[in-house]
Design a protein around this ligand. Structure first.
Ligand SMILES: [Zn+2]
Ligand SMILES: [Zn+2]
Length: 139
């Protein structure tokens, strides 16, 4: 059975030692972030889907690590293979109930589609955004 036929999505890091699932009904926005931190962390711009933090259920987390990326947010990754998995503004009261999950970590088909680009003001100069989706200078 594919993901599209189920009510939940699953994802994992490259080596598979971190894996997780979440309910499809918890999906909020789907965007690509072009900020300097996301580009440095992921190697390019970072595409993610925002879900309720409580909806994220680990099925394997032995090598999972949070990196304190700023005084308001942390980034979750696999300490074995280096996959960039989650962004969580855990120190912001109005954001801490949500977590952004890397679209690239999800097992397809996801049935998801990007809806917008954010922090375009900080994008790299080595690519163009030409898919016609809305572009926000910040968030
Ligand atoms: Zn891994
Ligand atoms: Zn970003």
């Amino acid at each position: 059975m594919s993901n599209q036929e189920t009510d939940s999505l699953t994802g994992q890091c490259l080596c598979g030692d971190v894996s997780f699932s979440f309910a499809r009904e918890d999906l909020k926005s789907v965007d690509a972030c072009h900020c300097g931190q996301c580009r440095q962390w992921s190697g390019n711009y970072w595409a993610s889907v925002n879900i309720s933090f409580d909806a994220l259920k680990f099925t394997s987390d032995g090598t999972f690590t949070w990196y304190r990326a700023s005084n308001y947010a942390r980034r979750g990754f696999c300490s074995k293979c280096g996959s960039s998995l989650f962004w969580h503004a855990d120190k912001l009261d109005d954001h801490k109930d949500r977590v952004a999950v890397a679209l690239g970590s999800l097992n397809g088909p996801t049935g998801l589609a990007l809806t917008e680009h954010i922090f375009v003001a900080d994008k790299g100069d080595y690519y163009d955004i030409a898919d016609g989706l809305p572009q926000k200078q910040k968030y």
